[in-house]
Design a protein around this ligand. Sequence first.
Ligand SMILES: NC(=O)c1ccc[n+]([C@@H]2O[C@H](COP(=O)([O-])OP(=O)(O)OC[C@H]3O[C@@H](n4cnc5c(N)ncnc54)[C@H](OP(=O)(O)O)[C@@H]3O)[C@@H](O)[C@H]2O)c1
Length: 245
Amino acid sequence: MSDTLNGKVALVTGASSGIGEATALALSAEGARVAVGARRADRLESLAGKAPGEVLALDLDVADQESVRAAVARTVERFGALDVLVNNAGVMLSGPIVGADTTEWTRMVETNLLGSMYTVHAALPYLLESKGTILQISSTSGRIASANSGVYAATKFGITAFSESLRQEVTAHGVRVVVIEPGFVATELATHITDPTMQAAAQQLATSMRTLQPEDIANAVVYAVTRPEHVAVNEILIRPTDQTR
Ligand SMILES: NC(=O)c1ccc[n+]([C@@H]2O[C@H](COP(=O)([O-])OP(=O)(O)OC[C@H]3O[C@@H](n4cnc5c(N)ncnc54)[C@H](OP(=O)(O)O)[C@@H]3O)[C@@H](O)[C@H]2O)c1
C-alpha cells in the first residue's frame, strides 16, 4: 500500500467488475477512501472485502438521476469530500444498425452517455470545492467508429465532446478532466452482447491478441490522478500492442 492519495476521496461508478473494480482497488492501494457504485451489491461487497483501505459500497444505477444524486450525497456524507470521480459505468451491446433492437440503443445512451453526464452534474459542486479530478472512461470507439458498433461509438464520441466542454469550463477552477480511451480489455463487457454473431466475433477477437487487463487501465488512472496539480493529463489512449485499429 502506498500513500500518494492519502486523505483523498474517490467515487468509482461501475465498480462491480472489470476496469471499475481494478481502478477502485488501485486507488485504495494508493491510500484513497473509495466509494464504489453499481447495481450488483454482492460484487461490491466482495470488492470492499479485498480492498486495502476504507470502501463504501453504494447501490447505483447511473441511468437514474435520483440514484446518482443519492450516491454522490452518501459519498460526501461518509467521507466529507470528493476529490476523484471515475466515470466508468458502461454497456456495449454491439450489432448492426439495420434491424437493431432499439431498446439496446436506449440502454447504451442512458447508461454510457446520459449516466456519465448525470454523474458529472451531481459531483461537480464537490469537485469544484476540492479542485478534484474527473476521469471519463471512453474508448478507442470514441475516436474511430466501426461497423456494428455505431451506437456504442456514438456514446463514446459523445463522452469526448462533453468532456472537452467540461474541461474548458472547469480547468481555470483547478479541476482536471481526463479522457481515458482503452482498446480491447479482458472484462465481461462483451459477454452482455445479445447478437450471437457479434458475441462470437468478440470472443474470437479476444483470443486473437494479448488483450489489456483491467489493471492496465487502473494504472493509467492512478498515473493521471497522481501528477502534480499543475499538470493536467487530458487524454490517454491505450491499445493492446497487438490491436491494429
Ligand atoms: N473492456 C473493454 O475492452 C473496454 C474498452 C474500452 C472502454 N471500455 C469501457 O470501460 C468501462 C467499464 O467496462 P468493463 O470493460 O470494465 O466492463 P464490465 O466488467 O462489464 O463493467 C461494466 C460496469 O458497469 C456497470 N454498469 C452497467 N450498467 C450500469 C448502470 N446502469 N448503473 C451503474 N453501473 C452500471 C456494471 O455494474 P452492474 O452491472 O453491477 O451495475 C459494471 O460494474 C465501460 O464504460 C466500457 O465502455 C471497456
